[in-house]
Design a binder for this molecule. Structure first.
Ligand SMILES: Cc1cc2nc3c(=O)[nH]c(=O)nc-3n(C[C@H](O)[C@H](O)[C@H](O)COP(=O)(O)OP(=O)(O)OC[C@H]3O[C@@H](n4cnc5c(N)ncnc54)[C@H](O)[C@@H]3O)c2cc1C
Length: 382
């Protein structure tokens, strides 16, 4: 059985791209997601394929993109995440890097990296978080200091999604130690630069397709023109990117819960207890009904936030609400859907345990629930 959501996007969307994502999810992610996670694989070839199909979506046509919008991207993420949330996170981080590159005022740098990021020739990674600076990103300590024609980078980065297969790095580093956000610049450079190293892939249950690693810079020299966003500008640009990312995470969580409802309703229709299909027991029906209600509310909120982004309005507040609500809704809802499968819900073959673990990861990405509350709480005082 398939769950057919009622809440619809509020901006016009590109149905052709959404249908392509649904087909890709069925053909590529559904049969492989569990194996990639179990065997600890980031599927680089499939990721490059997905990049070529979907990353251009929200990039303007004059920059080589498809000229669609954030609402279409949200629906694409939703379709893919029904089958594999971790894989979709990897695609989303890459796509967010690509959006940032398309917006840099440094046109030669943009033209050097954008075509590869759009075609899938290059996989992008976003390096902001450090071992000692997560939620408080202004506290990063990696430095980029000017030496003649070059910049020299030193420091450590943590939680690098796509680190296992990255070709292009978007790195935030401090150009004036001690100056906080004012001194932080955004750099764009080749991942194979001497002095840049990556740890082996982190062993994260449910999320191996994200290819997450740690990374380090030891006197890594990059060209003087590698600044995508100058000191003082990088944080502003980062805030735009984070709104895009939060709406994407919300959409992915909605997709993961949709997929769990599909699995639960199909199982509950086929399995019998006390002489009837378990879905016919009201007690179980209501558990799934609660998950469906929460999903509809989450989708409606996500599409509201995406509509603001599409309209060029500030989506910061609704993006924070949507991200916070969707991550919690997915985690709680997938866990409830697992009830319908009894003990079988824990078996890898049904995919729900993997999706539940991945939903927990999304809680950390692009600001935890508490950090969304910081944004929302600030607005309540304004
Ligand atoms: C699988 C995975 C992939 C990731 N990929 C990337 C990536 O590609 N690039 C990247 O830059 N980062 C990435 N991250 C990092 C992610 O952005 C951070 O985990 C997140 O910002 C939280 O930071 P932290 O884990 O250091 O937690 P901390 O900042 O140490 O927070 C710990 C706890 O304290 C709470 N807390 C902190 N400050 C406050 C406050 N003011 N009020 C109330 N509570 C607070 C937090 O909500 C959290 O519950 C990834 C993380 C994971 C798990």
């Amino acid at each position: 059985m398939t769950y057919h959501p009622q809440a619809v996007p509020l901006s016009p969307v590109d149905e052709r791209l959404i249908a392509e994502a649904a087909r890709f999810g069925e053909a590529v992610l559904r049969p492989n997601g569990e194996r990639w996670d179990r065997d600890r694989i980031q599927p680089a070839a499939e990721l490059r394929d997905a990049i070529a199909r979907f990353t251009p979506t929200a990039i303007p046509e004059e920059r080589g993109g498809a000229g669609a919008n954030a609402s279409t991207m949200a629906r694409i993420y939703e379709e893919l995440s029904r089958h594999d949330l971790g894989f979709t996170c990897a695609l989303a981080v890459h796509s967010n890097v690509t959006v940032a590159v398309s917006l840099t005022p440094n046109a030669p740098l943009r033209d050097r990296f954008l075509p590869g990021l759009l075609s899938g020739k290059a996989i992008g990674a976003f390096l902001l978080t450090e071992p000692e600076a997560g939620s408080d990103a202004t506290a990063i300590r990696s430095t980029a200091l000017r030496a003649g024609d070059e910049w020299v980078l030193d420091g450590a980065k943590a939680w690098v999604t796509n680190g296992a297969n990255a070709d292009v790095l978007a790195v935030f580093a401090q150009t004036e130690p001690g100056s906080g956000a004012k001194g932080i610049a955004g750099f764009l450079f080749d991942a194979r630069t001497p002095g840049v190293s990556f740890s082996p892939m982190l062993d994260l249950i449910g999320s191996h397709a994200m290819g997450t690693t740690d990374a380090a810079f030891a006197g890594a020299k990059i060209p003087g023109d590698s600044v995508g966003f100058a000191p003082g500008e990088a944080f502003k640009a980062g805030m735009y990117a984070i709104n895009v990312a939060r709406i994407g995470v919300a959409a992915m969580c909605n997709g993961a819960l949709r997929g769990a409802l599909d699995t639960a309703t199909a199982y509950a229709a086929a399995r019998t207890s006390f002489g009837k299909p378990i879905i016919a027991h009201q007690g179980l029906q209501w558990i799934l009904a609660e998950a469906a209600t929460a999903l509809e509310a989450s989708r409606a909120l996500t599409f509201q936030a995406a509509r603001l982004l599409d309209a060029g309005e500030d989506p910061t507040l609704l993006a924070a609400h949507a991200k916070k609500f969707a991550t919690k809704t997915a985690f709680d809802g997938i866990s409830e859907c697992m009830r319908a499968l009894g003990g079988n819900g824990l078996k890898r073959e049904y995919g729900l345990a993997r999706q539940l673990a991945a939903a927990r990861v999304t809680e950390c990405m692009d600001g935890t629930g508490e950090i969304q509350n910081v944004v929302i709480g600030r607005a309540l005082q304004a």
